[in-house]
Design a protein around this ligand. Structure first.
Ligand code: GDP
Ligand code: MG
Length: 441
């Protein structure tokens, strides 16, 4: 695959904005990559189409090819789809004892994942966990969980022969409350395929336990079947998340994308082996890299973008020291600040800016204010940005109105621009006069 791709990149080495043809050529290969990674055809098709619309016309970063740029855009879009809201590893387990219901087909990895997750909750969050096996179908299933419990030092509900899953769930609930457990985990029985009896059984357990989390455990290697299973379980039982197991295998993880696109349910964890430590929270970037199999290209484009930002910043610094600090420079600064977590954070990092950071804090310059300032600058003409001295009352009115803001806000912005310019000039002089060098000796 990468050979085929580098061929495409050789052909696409022009600079400039991405043409429709560039995007199409690169996306043809990306489509193949997705299908090879076991992404389902309709999901791949929809995804490619969305990216195509987004990518055409985008600028190409200096020193990367259009093909590489498209891969980066695809990668970011993949991460966007894979990422759910919130932290995948944060389970809702307040109000002890919190029930967690584990569901899925037989052999998907429920019992193993139950134990892995219990170990994680115990070790990372200091939770007291009780595990209960509800698998009355397979003779050795309950013993399997009990053995894992001993291995990881987590309690399991004592086995009572002859109970049905609902009775076991009730007993687990009582035992968890009496025993002062934070969490109790219900490991249900699976079937080889979805069937009515299984669903009814799981539903009855769900109604008794009223779980805070219902995690579907599916084999990540089964691709389209995994997605089908998830749709079914969600429709019948209602799931709060998915655990993809066997992601240590050869599979490229395309199931993750289909899963997200089709069910909309968050992927919470991935299983990476049979050992009790082989469970990790879901990381969209990692899976996206694996699905595309083009991690080095993504890194290359990111690096090129960073280099260009650094070049721009250096040029700006030079202009600033010469006293040529334009509104465009200020805007670039403001945008950078938004990216870097606000003005205070950035000023705090710059030597000699501590005092200014304080002023900024007092002025209440938060993200919202920064966004308004950027809007004001956008509302200026090119000439005005280069030379803010042009701004007389009527121009000010027009600019403020254009940004939907008050002239007083524009005045504050102009004042800040002046002060920053003055300060930069001073810094520049200090540098020339050798004061900085003196101070550094
Ligand atoms: P259940 O029927 O859903 O309870 O599935 P089990 O937990 O009994 O797992 C079935 C098999 O899959 C066992 O041999 C596990 O060791 C194995 N298994 C589970 N999760 C993973 C995983 O993430 N990677 C690998 N390689 N094997 C796994
Ligand atoms: Mg099991």
């Amino acid at each position: 695959l990468s050979e085929r791709l580098s061929g495409v990149f050789d052909r696409l080495t022009r600079q400039g904005a991405l043409s429709e043809e560039d995007v199409k050529t690169a996306l043809r290969e990306v489509r193949v990559a997705l299908l090879e990674a076991d992404v389902s055809l309709p999901v791949a098709r929809d995804f490619i189409k969305a990216v195509q619309d987004k990518a055409t016309g985008q600028a190409v970063t200096k020193s990367v090819t259009p093909g590489q740029q498209v891969v980066k855009i695809v990668h970011d879009a993949l991460v966007g789809v894979l990422k759910g809201d919130g932290d995948p590893g944060a389970l809702k387990i307040d109000n002890p004892p919190a029930p967690i219901l584990m569901v899925g087909l037989q052999g998907g990895g429920k019992t193993t994942t139950t134990a892995k997750l219990a170990k994680r909750l115990k070790e990372r969050e200091g939770k007291r966990v009780l595990m209960a096996s509800l698998d009355v179908n397979r003779p050795a299933a309950m013993e399997q969980l009990a053995i894992l419990g001993v291995q990881i030092g987590v309690d399991t509900l004592p086995i009572v022969k002859g109970e049905d899953p609902v009775q076991i769930a009730k007993r687990a609930k009582t035992q968890a409350a009496l025993g002062g457990y934070d969490v109790y985990m219900l490991d249900t029985a699976g079937r080889l395929s979805i069937d009515e009896e299984l669903m009814e059984q799981v539903k009855a357990v769900r109604d008794v336990a009223n779980p805070r989390e219902t995690l579907l455990v599916v084999d990540g290697l089964t691709g389209q079947d995994a997605v089908h299973t998830a749709e079914n379980f969600d429709a019948r039982i209602g799931i709060t998340g998915v655990v993809l197991t066997r992601m240590d295998g050869d599979g490229r993880g395309g199931a993750a994308l289909s899963m997200r696109a089709v069910t909309g349910k968050p992927i919470r964890f991935v299983g990476l082996g049979e050992k009790m430590d082989a469970l990790e929270t879901f990381e969209p970037e990692r899976i996206a890299g694996r699905i595309l199999g083009m991690g080095d290209i993504v890194a290359l484009v990111e690096k090129a973008q960073e280099t260009i930002e650094a070049e721009q910043a250096e040029k700006m610094m030079k202009r600033m020291i010469k006293g040529q600090f334009s509104m465009n420079d200020l805007r670039m600064q403001l945008e950078q600040m938004l990216k870097m977590g606000g003005m205070q954070g950035m000023m705090g990092m710059m030597p000699g800016m501590g005092k200014m950071a304080k002023q900024v804090e007092e002025a209440g310059l938060d993200d919202k204010v920064i966004k308004r300032q950027i809007a004001l600058i956008q509302s200026m003409t090119k000439k005005e940005r280069a030379n803010p001295a042009l701004l007389q009352a009527s121009r000010k009115k027009r600019i403020a109105a254009g940004a939907g803001l008050d002239v007083s806000e524009l005045n504050k912005l102009l004042k800040m621009h002046r002060q920053m310019g003055d300060m930069m000039k001073k810094l520049g002089k200090m540098g020339k006069g050798g004061m900085l060098k003196q101070a550094m000796k």
